[in-house]
Design a binder for this molecule. Sequence first.
Ligand SMILES: Cc1cc2nc3c(=O)[nH]c(=O)nc-3n(C[C@H](O)[C@H](O)[C@H](O)COP(=O)(O)O)c2cc1C
Length: 232
Amino acid sequence: MPSGGESAQADGSVGGPMRERLRTIPVFAGEIPSFDPASAPEDPVELFAQWLDHAVENGVPEPHVMNLATSDGANRVASRFLILKDIGPRGWSFATSAASPKGRDLQANAHAALACYWPGVGRQIRVSGVAAPESPRTSAADFLARSAEARAEALVGGQSAPMGSVDQHEGELAEARERIAADPSLVAPEWTLYTLCPDYVEFWQGAKDRNHVRLRYAVTSAGTWERTLLRP
Ligand SMILES: Cc1cc2nc3c(=O)[nH]c(=O)nc-3n(C[C@H](O)[C@H](O)[C@H](O)COP(=O)(O)O)c2cc1C
């Protein structure tokens, strides 16, 4: 692995210009809001919706982007960013190709985790649970709501597979665009809307003094939510 100019110190610590540079970058910058867990609603989806509205009102860029972590049948973990498509009583929804690496992971192991970090307001939300595909009809509706360009890309398919050449891909895209123009109701068969049904949701309010406020929602055996404060 490249060292980035770092060198091990006599005491085993790592030093160097990159480490010094990283230390100068601020975190939890801006006006950090307060969060009173005592007034949090019973349902974590409701609190997420409140925090999302707050993030949008406070100019957090792209707060609907979230990280999705999955693992394959051999317990190898992968994560990537996705767009949040919806939230509802059953959980957090996102859309992708079932044939993509993440889709194949979810087929092998439906347990998954999502995380958002909203800079400027210093908030993190963590969700974990089981992701299940929505019905083909619901997935098709999600597909058809996408732009023509996005539909053409999904129709070509093979997400994350090695690409022969840019020209070859352009040719496949042009063909997909023509198919969509000829039949606007065309749906990529692998396109799937998944909903992650949570058993754990955590709201994390960062503080400049590192006395972060953390509220965990965990599902009880009765199917209700138990709220617990966590140490920072
Ligand atoms: C901001 C952002 C939003 C993205 N949204 C999606 C999305 O909604 N669905 C999707 O399949 N990929 C999305 N991607 C691409 C994924 O991060 C990823 O590169 C791709 O889905 C392949 O992942 P996989 O190889 O783990 O299956 C997005 C990437 C970024 C940076």
